[in-house]
Design a protein. Structure first.
Lengths: 241, 417
């Protein structure tokens, strides 16, 4: 346990008596105008609050596109999408940015840390766009770093850290704003097996604290870590387990 | 963006909106600038050079025009030209006396005075060679003027070769001439190594001098100047046409009232006392011309600086595409991104403005010191330079900032991976 709570009320799985936190209905996404490539084809997908879901699939199957749409980083070509009952398609750029800043945390395969800012500043950056008070920002960032076990490197530059440490910083940045959804795109893709295990342990403790986690992965071990596994093939969800 | 650091209040049933305090905007912009100190210095250098050029050119313009105007003012303020008005029918002539120069030089405040008259030579042409060569043009229509010896002092004449006329030439009616440099060139008279003569019609004159220049009565530069006594004897010059008076600084106004009485106490009203030009208009014209010229030069320099800022900011946006994507993923709106980049470019422009203003001032002072001029620069120029720099940075950063803001988060993240 990290002792890090998202502050949400977990529904713990699709069977719980609460509306889904993430709800996609016949969502499609095409790229290109002349000969459109359909990355997603009428996907129906739900994730309940507090659920731990992995999305697996081959390269080009559409799993990253699905994650981008869930994270409001991209817009669907057709279909509808709600986060906690809010119709995302109807939101302005500012509204979508607001959702990203307050409700969603991202963990990327390549970490996306700013090399010229310290570890602490990288984590504090997540609170800049949420409009939260500046006072206490450093303390909250330190608490997040402490939760992922890397508070002792708060003043270091990311370039001085190992891959596993960088990913921990990225996770701290993702959770410092206490989002309700954590979206992880191949979070262990650049890590060795021992580090992967420690990152999964960390994600597990965040899940235990009530965070909804959706993980995109190639790795069968990571996929097995989730309580629900979704396979996507050629832009369509094939099966769930 | 919110002015306070507090989170925006979330209304029931509505999603949260992205918000960013101004302090965060400023902090993020500065952090972005200092992320690549070398790049920042190069960007600032571009604006510094542009603004330095602008300030230097404006300062040099003001300094140079002040010098020119000062020189002009000095000449204009120390010159009086007196001429006679036509007499009314049946009234005695208002002619100037032949000894006008000597009379006026007795007055306190007069430095020198001399008479000058256009001579009517009856349409005769002036030839530079006694041999009439039909194959080439040798005769020209050149103005012949008669001058008293003291006129050359009054017009501040400089001699290129030979000597000037003296009182003996006039008294004896010698057929000698001094040529203006343009007239000398036209007549093919170069250096006066040997005896050179010219002919006005059939009257031959020995050329005793060639002028280098004059500071007043510039028509003398294209004239043949002969002694007054000679003009009276040969061409029946009735009276001097004008008296040119050089005064001490500040005496012109008083002398302009005394001179008519000194020359013609019996008919002072028949004389016209005038300054050659209207100093105010000429001064304004000189200032305006110089300002425009230097402003154009400065503007070009500034444009080069602005292109530099735009270029570096654009490169910066391209380099930081991944960072833009990350910021967008963390909740930055397009406006947040655009504001950050605009603030960065405007700040660098303003800093360049401050440095450029300082450098420009040093150039002005340095040039003025070297030329022993008085450096003159409007106080608004160095004060306005940072504003101009900031505005330039803002304009130059507009396109890159909009381009950064236009990036979709997913595209930016993918490009920056």
């Amino acid at each position: 346990m990290t002792g890090w709570s998202s502050g949400s009320t977990p529904g713990r799985g699709p069977g719980a008596d609460v509306p889904p936190l993430v709800h996609l209905e016949k969502v499609s996404r095409s790229f290109g105008a002349d000969v459109p490539v359909r990355a997603l084809r009428e996907v129906d997908f739900e994730v309940a609050s507090g659920e731990r879901v992995s999305v697996v699939g081959a390269s080009g199957s559409g799993k990253t596109t699905l994650l981008n749409i869930i994270g409001c980083l991209d817009r669907q070509t057709s279909g509808r999408y709600w986060i906690d009952g809010v119709d995302v398609a109807a939101l302005t750029d500012r509204g979508r940015a607001g959702l990203r800043s307050r409700e969603i945390g991202f963990v990327f395969q390549s970490f996306h840390l700013l090399s010229y800012r310290s570890v602490l500043e990288n984590v504090m950056l997540a609170e800049v766009y949420g409009g939260r008070e500046r006072s206490g920002r450093a303390e909250r960032a330190l608490a997040a770093l402490d939760a992922v076990g890397i508070a002792d490197r708060a003043d270091a530059l990311p370039t001085r850290l190992s891959g596993g440490q960088r990913q921990r910083v990225a996770i701290a940045r993702a959770i410092v704003g206490r989002p309700r959804i954590l979206l992880c795109d191949e979070p262990t893709g650049n890590l060795d097996s021992a580090t992967t295990a420690s990152i999964l342990e960390l994600l597990g403790s965040l899940y235990d604290d009530g965070l909804t986690i959706i993980v995109i992965t190639h790795d069968a071990g990571v996929a097995a870590w989730a309580e629900r596994k979704v396979r996507i093939t050629d832009g369509q969800i094939q099966d769930t387990a | 963006m919110t002015d306070s650091g507090a989170a925006p209040r979330e209304e029931a049933g509505r999603p949260p909106v992205a918000a960013m305090s101004w302090r965060d905007v400023v902090f993020e912009s500065f952090a972005g600038m200092f992320a690549r100190p070398g790049r920042m210095l190069l960007t600032v250098l571009g604006t510094t050079i542009g603004l330095a050029a602008l300030v230097a050119t404006l300062g040099l313009s003001q300094t140079a025009s002040q010098q020119i105007i000062g020189r002009f003012d000095e000449l204009a303020a120390t010159e009086i030209t007196v001429s006679s008005l036509p007499a009314a029918e049946g009234q005695p002539s208002n002619a100037l006396p032949w000894d006008a120069g000597r009379r006026l030089e007795r007055l306190n405040g007069v430095v020198s005075a001399g008479t000058l008259s256009a001579v009517d030579v009856g349409g005769r042409l002036v030839r530079g060679s006694p041999i009439d060569d039909p194959r080439s043009r040798a005769a020209f229509k050149i103005t012949v003027q008669a001058a008293s010896p003291s006129l050359f002092t009054a017009v501040r004449a400089r001699v290129a070769s030979g000597r000037l006329l003296d009182g003996g030439h006039s008294l004896r009616g010698d057929q000698v001439a001094v040529l203006g440099p343009n007239a000398a060139e036209q007549l093919g008279v170069g250096r006066l190594d040997g005896l050179r003569s010219i002919a006005v019609g059939d009257d031959v004159f020995l050329v005793i001098g060639v002028l280098d220049g004059v500071e007043r009565k510039h028509d003398l530069l294209s004239s043949v100047i002969i002694p007054e006594g000679t003009a009276r004897a040969l061409y029946r010059l009735p009276a001097p046409e004008a008296v040119v008076v050089e005064t001490r600084i500040g005496a012109a106004s008083m002398l302009s009232r005394q001179v008519p009485l000194a020359l013609r106490p019996d008919a002072a009203d028949g004389l016209k006392v005038a300054s050659p030009e209207q100093p105010q208009q000429v001064r304004a014209g000189i200032q305006s011309d110089l300002d425009l010229l230097f402003l154009m030069l400065g503007g070009v320099s500034l444009l080069v600086g602005a292109i530099g800022i735009a270029n570096v900011t654009l490169v910066s946006v391209m380099e930081r595409t991944g960072e833009i994507g990350l910021r967008r993923a963390m909740g930055a709106t397009r406006r947040h991104i655009a504001t950050q980049f605009l603030l960065e470019s405007a700040t660098m422009g303003a800093v360049g403005g401050v440095l450029g203003a300082s450098a420009g001032m040093l150039v002005v002072v340095g040039v003025a010191f070297y030329q022993t001029w008085t450096p003159v620069i409007g106080p608004w120029i160095p004060l306005l330079a940072p504003v101009v720099g900031g505005a330039t940075g803002l304009l130059a950063g507009l396109y890159p900032a909009l381009r950064a803001a236009g990036l979709e988060p997913v595209e930016a993240l993918r490009a920056g991976t």
